[in-house]
Design a protein around this ligand. Structure first.
Ligand SMILES: C[S@@+](CC[C@H](N)C(=O)[O-])C[C@H]1O[C@@H](n2cnc3c(N)ncnc32)[C@H](O)[C@@H]1O
Length: 179
């Protein structure tokens, strides 16, 4: 797939889907779209994905990736999620952009009870801010993790982790909408 801004990689996408329990019944809201890597991966499994981005040029990259994957259960929206999320009773809201904690009140309104919010955050300082805001908004089951994946070097003379590979990508913070 084409890449514009920094994308979420399969190792983290797999964890997001598993933790959020995404199925063919799930309705998801995603922001920002970026290159659409997360949004399109979700759409291949979920019922429908609404993906928001404030920058139209990135939506165009994601649209090209949508055509490449032949996915039609996704709606791109050129809107700011910190201002409004149109959808209600959704199963998952994913937030991957600078200062995404500002979208948490809207995410809470959009989620159904027990629905999951995911913050994808490159730095630990952002994790603290995000978690403090989740607590303030009375989200439950707050859980912060990092997914570490090691490539293995497989050779006749021995098998060991490779000295190369993708190390840090982002921290993942999951929480549920309580009442
Ligand atoms: C790191 S990229 C997202 C990458 C995407 N998750 C992927 O896997 O390809 C961040 C995106 O968030 C968008 N963005 C920033 N602030 C936003 C906001 N308030 N509402 C919606 N999108 C926003 C940016 O324009 C950018 O395209």
């Amino acid at each position: 797939m084409k890449r514009g801004p920094q994308v979420i990689l399969p190792k983290d996408i797999g964890l997001i889907m598993a933790y959020a329990g995404i199925s063919k019944e799930s309705v998801c809201v995603d922001a920002g779209t970026g290159s659409g890597w997360l949004a399109l991966s979700l759409a291949r499994v979920a019922k429908h994905v609404y993906s928001y981005d404030i920058r139209e040029e990135f939506i165009r990259i994601a649209e090209a990736n949508r055509e490449l994957l032949d996915v039609d259960n996704i709606t791109f929206k050129n809107k700011d999620v910190t201002k409004k999320i149109d959808e209600k009773e959704v199963d998952l809201v994913t937030l991957d952009f600078q200062n995404s904690d500002k979208a948490l009140p809207n995410a809470k309104r959009a989620l159904k009870k027990g629905g999951v919010v995911l913050g994808y955050l490159p730095n630990t300082e952002q994790v603290r801010i995000f978690v403090m805001k989740l607590n303030k908004l009375k989200f439950t089951d707050v859980h912060a993790v990092e997914m570490i994946l090691r490539d293995l070097l497989v050779r006749e003379e021995g098998v060991r982790p490779s000295t190369k590979g993708v190390w840090h990508t982002g921290y993942l913070v999951f929480a549920k909408r309580g009442a």
